[in-house]
Write a protein that binds this ligand. Structure first.
Ligand code: AHG
Ligand code: MN
Ligand code: MN
Length: 282
């Protein structure tokens, strides 16, 4: 596992440079979820694949930006699903973006995720590793990632990050979000799940939601590359991650590019969502 974390550190140093100097324009291609790929999405994907290809403990990888699983080493122990540059469309307006890695064993599904890593590229570069029931944050300082702190959520927070758009929400979802604001929660939503979820983790708690919507009944965020890795991080940080009715780490994966509705937060907010969804969703 150490070699994988080191590989992610090396890739992140190169991706940081790419973000700072690269072309923010579109490519001619679409990814499997139908998004137009930016040149930055493709270039960061290439950096990660090139670095992972040299690690003997990695059996196979799959990227949000590629159609299929890439086999690396038959005798490798780990499978890695990654989103090379989440929120890439925010780079041209100089907002924070990130990379997300889910580390699995045996098969790419929720039951088999054993560790996750995300990297935030903001005014500072920070890496958060969820492993062995702990969540640890590191910061890039003078070319090296240095341990900064462990991360734990409070039972209840103050931030609310509601994804998608109101006119695509179910009426009960809108009522729930309105009620949360009426209870004094502050809106914090940048449109990049990495900085948005990182903020909730570091400020002690709150709720991030990306529900099933009229335009995307199964939500927007991808299970293997985005949702399961953050679910592990939130659970290890004493919070929760649900699809509305159950833990996201119990959601079934039938295809590598499947999406799922998702809610991440501290325990009080997660219980609040469960209560509303139990009585309304079907
Ligand atoms: P990506 O850039 O990898 O396609 O993902 C962007 C995601 C996620 O980071 C963010 O939370 C969400 O899209 C925002 O979507 P909405 O604008 O629909 O809220
Ligand atoms: Mn993404
Ligand atoms: Mn992406």
């Amino acid at each position: 596992m150490k070699d994988i974390i080191k590989a992610i550190e090396d890739a992140s140093i190169r991706i940081k440079d790419l973000i700072e100097t690269g072309d923010t324009g579109k490519s001619e291609n679409e990814n499997s979820t139908g998004d137009t790929q930016l040149k930055l999405d493709i270039a960061s994907d290439e950096i990660i694949e090139e670095i992972f290809a040299k690690i003997p403990s990695i059996k196979a990888i799959v990227s949000e930006e590629q159609e299929a699983i890439v086999d690396l080493n038959d005798n490798g122990e780990y499978l890695i699903a990654y989103d090379p540059l989440d929120g890439s469309s925010l780079v041209d307006v100089n907002l924070s973006v990130g990379s997300i890695y889910g580390i699995y064993k045996d098969e790419f599904n929720a039951q088999n995720i054993i560790a996750s890593v995300y990297v935030v590229f903001g005014p500072r570069v920070e890496m958060v590793v969820a492993l062995d029931n702990c969540v640890k944050m590191y910061r890039l300082l003078a070319g090296e990632f240095k341990y900064i702190q462990d991360i734990k959520l409070n039972a209840k927070g103050k931030l609310n990050a509601p994804g998608s758009t109101q006119n695509c929400w179910a009426p009960y979802h809108k009522t729930m979000i309105d009620d949360i604001f009426n209870d004094g929660y502050r809106l914090r939503y940048s449109g990049g799940m990495v900085p948005d979820l990182h903020q909730i983790l570091l400020k002690g708690g709150g709720l991030f939601s990306y529900p099933g919507t009229t335009d995307r009944p199964k939500g927007k965020l991808r299970q293997l590359f985005e949702v399961f890795p953050f679910a592990l991080t939130y659970e290890f940080a004493n919070g929760g991650a649900i699809d509305g009715l159950k833990r996201v780490l119990e959601v079934e994966t039938t295809h590598i590019h499947d999406t799922t509705p998702c809610f991440f937060g501290s325990n009080e907010e997660i219980n609040r969502v469960l209560e509303v969804y139990k009585n309304n969703a079907r």
